[in-house]
Design a protein. Structure first.
Lengths: 206, 206
DNA sequence: GCTAGCATAGACAGACCTGTCTGGAGAGGT
DNA sequence: ACCTCTCCAGACAGGTCTGTCTATGCTAGC
């Protein structure tokens, strides 16, 4: 994922330039996320990446392939961000709330612009590969929350996960639409209430 | 707003044809909402409306003007839908939950396709009139929920409204992205928990 | 040193999109 | 009867977008 993951040729030069494919993906990630998939043309991307147009079509086939790679990158990065944040917490209940705290940090990121999958789905035609990628991402997050809810001892982990997922989506949407990073704190507070109602009483000891 | 609001000439013909402006707005509403603002071109709209291109530019100035009118129409229709649903309930608490029930009916509409403002904002450039219209709509809904929460006796109506708004947005988003109309019922169930925690004990009598 | 492979630079075709313009038809009021 | 207003039909210009193609340069390995 980082610059040093390319071939051994990177050792020859101190600051190995990333491959054309990596530069394209980085540029696409920035521009697609900031301005939308439809609004950003191929020319803007190759210019931003400092790459020839043929390299793009050689590496990704067409624009749709680049969009797919962009969404896969977003999926993986979101997955890493959430799972890594979990290491800071101990109990499943803390981890469930930690998801919203990680969200709050994300919202204060200067280039935060909402959920990439929601935005891409709004622009793409129905039933295409974009909606497929969005479905995969949402399915992962749903399963992640369900597993945590089960570990926390929820009688109906699926139901709890669905409710928390609503809060998560709503917070992302509000942070984007209302430019309000505190939406994550609001969601966390609501999640506390939902957890208190859904989870059995917490054990006193560790 | 309806077909009979035009001139008295409507009385001459039994089935008065709506004006070019109205047909344009109807066509734009259908196509913009179903396929997105960017994806639908002017030609598709005038063809669907059976209208000359000059009529569009005469009535709305340019495409952005048509988009603005489309969003204003959506705003007004959403407002009517929610406020009219409120007449079926008596107490403020019932009305707050009724918002989610009205949402559930909306989700089962065959042409439901998520929130028009979220979709339009994802496609439009930042800081434009689309985001302005979205902000106005969201501000209205937030105020509506806040007023209801205050009537229900919430100690902090604004905080409760923010939480319910998160659920509302999350449900709309899930209904669109996951094609799951039951998201409204999930949101309503979560809202019950939030209301139970935030509202003082209900009086026994009416 | 030579060759194979990848990258660059940019022209080009074909399609689409917005917005303007011309030209004419029809209805209502005076 | 005339005039004004709205509307229809479509050509057209100017721009943008995707995707292909040609021609060239640079680097690595044999």
């Amino acid at each position: 994922m980082t610059a040093t993951t390319s071939t051994a040729a990177g050792a020859a030069r101190p600051a190995a330039r990333p491959s054309a494919r990596e530069r394209l993906l980085t540029a696409a990630d920035e521009l697609f996320y900031r301005e939308g998939v439809q609004s950003v043309g191929i020319d803007r991307i190759i210019e931003h990446a400092g790459v020839a147009k043929a390299s793009l079509y050689n590496a990704f086939g067409n624009k749709e392939g680049l969009v797919r790679a962009y969404l896969e990158l977003r999926h993986e990065r979101n997955r890493l961000r959430v799972t890594r944040a979990m290491t800071r917490y101990r109990t499943p209940r803390e981890r469930l709330l930690g998801v919203f705290e990680a969200q709050g940090e994300l919202f204060t990121t200067p280039d935060f612009n909402g959920c990439a999958f929601v935005a891409a789905s709004a622009e793409a035609p129905h039933g295409g590969s974009v909606e497929l990628a969005a479905g995969e991402y949402r399915h992962w997050l749903r399963g992640f929350l369900t597993d945590l809810a089960a570990e926390a001892g929820a009688p109906d982990p699926e139901a709890l996960a669905r409710r928390l997922h609503l809060l998560y989506d709503g917070a992302t949407l509000s942070a984007r639409m209302d430019r309000d990073p505190t939406a994550a704190a609001t969601a966390r507070a609501a999640a506390v209430t939902l957890l208190d109602a859904a989870l059995p009483a917490e054990p006193a000891g560790s």
